[in-house]
Design a protein around this ligand. Structure first.
Ligand code: UD1
Length: 421
């Protein structure tokens, strides 16, 4: 298995171009199954999760071709079948549950393995399932599989008990071809939801209220296949800004939508970093007056849980006490044990992590436990003295396109080598 070897303590500086957003691309690829034509998607990042999703829709009868030089994915979804979605696919990627909407709309049935627990908490799918029941679906759980059957999806009012990105996306996809109007309340406002919605609108869907708590969808008879450009990845952009900040470098992320990372930029400013933005870029530079801060993860437009671990890596380098409160997932501090190995001083009390910053990090052999925990270790290694070896880097392959290449291009000393455990 490959590992990263990172020689830390070097200032990184320069521009990093940002790829298409993984969390928008995943539902959009699945959403292409709603039209029985040929969809062309551009700015699709070449990531493991994207490859898994392509496998998944091929399993359901779609024909695809992915040009990873131009990041263009072509999907022919003329013939779609309810090929039972097996545990092997779902266990590696929870977003597999997104096939429920398109399958119920086109085949009136969907058999999907229940996602199991995962590294960052229980992550149930009860809201997805309850929402589909409201839309006129019978749900049965059978030997670890969700067996969903409908005589035809029907619009309904559903107030989601908790803000969920996945459930909002799944239910919008269920509603676009349903009979009548669906009103979803307490919706996620994440840009990924808006991008999926804009894709569906381009296909001919009637959706109002994207980016707000209340989304109204009037079902239409059919959707047409279109060409669509995936929005930039705000979490990738944020991770590289945090890496730049951690080594006190000057990093500019380009091809982004700065509004999508406003909460992060505000936190970096509060810490004392110099932040600049342009129409499609944001940059970070150090200052002599850095201080610890309090950050709480909340649904968009608040501070994203996906940047919690990378932000904690930065906090360990900034003088003073910082506090991170994780409100979205109950077990998302698995990076802390590894950061301890690198000399970080962090105490966990329930949902709170208290970080005593400003102590120097040192290299150590460490291991990624999930995607964003992995990004945190890369950032810590860039800031640490000496050579850090990071194992289980397949986690980062799920969500950071060409990570090694992008960081090397801004002068980081990072190598991917084969042969670790
Ligand atoms: C998505 C993102 C993930 C991000 C998360 C929160 C994708 C592929 N993944 O995950 O990167 O960290 O949003 O921004 O886009 N919940 C329930 N029941 C449900 C669904 C969710 O209780 O049926 C809970 C979860 O356990 C969690 C909270 O709701 O505590 C938010 O989860 P959700 O927004 O659904 O996360 P995902 O869509 O899985």
């Amino acid at each position: 298995m490959d590992i990263y070897k990172i020689n830390g303590g070097k200032k990184i500086s320069g521009d990093i171009p940002i790829s298409g957003a993984k969390n928008a691309a995943l539902p959009i690829i699945v959403g292409s199954l709603l039209a029985d034509g040929t969809t062309i998607l551009t700015n699709v990042p070449d990531l493991m999760d994207i490859r898994t999703t392509i496998k998944l829709i091929e399993h359901l009868g779609a024909k695809t071709s992915f040009d990873n030089e131009t990041n263009t994915l072509t999907i022919d979804a003329k013939e779609i079948i309810n090929g039972e979605v097996p545990y092997d696919l779902v266990k590696t990627m929870r977003a597999s549950i997104y096939v429920m909407g398109p399958l119920l709309a086109r085949c009136r049935e969907a058999d999907v393995s229940l996602p199991g627990g995962c590294a960052i908490g229980a992550r149930p799918v009860d809201i997805h399932l309850q929402g589909f029941e409201k839309l006129g679906t019978d749900i049965n759980l059978d030997h670890g599989y969700v067996k969903a059957r409908t005589k035809g999806l029907k619009g309904a009012l559903y107030v989601m008990p908790k803000v969920s990105v996945g459930a909002t996306i799944n239910l919008i996809m269920g509603a676009v071809l349903a009979e009548g109007e669906t009103v979803l309340e307490n919706c996620a406002m994440e840009p990924d939801v808006v991008d999926l919605g804009n894709f569906l609108i381009k296909m001919g869907a009637d959706i109002q209220g994207l980016g707000t708590e209340r989304i109204a969808v009037k079902g239409v008879a059919s959707l047409k296949a279109v060409e669509y450009h995936i929005m930039p990845d705000r979490i990738e952009a944020g991770s590289y800004l945090l890496a730049g900040a951690a080594v006190r470098g000057n990093i500019r992320v380009t091809d982004i939508v700065p509004d999508h990372i406003e909460a992060l930029l505000d936190s970096l400013k509060e810490m004392g970093f110099q932040i600049k933005t342009g129409p499609d870029w944001a940059s970070v530079a150090p200052s002599d007056n850095l201080r610890g801060i309090l950050v709480e993860t909340t649904p968009h437009p608040g501070f994203p849980t996906d940047l919690q671990a990378p932000m904690m890596a930065l906090m360990t380098t900034v003088p003073g006490i910082s506090v991170m409160v994780e409100h979205i997932f109950e077990n998302r501090f698995t990076h802390v044990a590894e950061l301890h190995r690198m000399g970080a001083q962090i105490t966990i009390e329930g949902k709170c992590a208290i970080i005593k910053g400003g102590t120097s990090l040192m290299s150590a052999p460490v291991m990624m436990s999930d995607l964003r925990a992995g990004a945190a270790l890369v950032i810590a290694a860039l800031a640490a003295e000496g050579e850090t070896e990071i194992r289980r880097i397949y986690h980062c392959d799920r969500g950071y396109e060409k990570l090694c290449h992008k960081l090397s291009a801004v002068n980081a000393d990072i190598r991917r080598v084969t042969g670790g455990m």
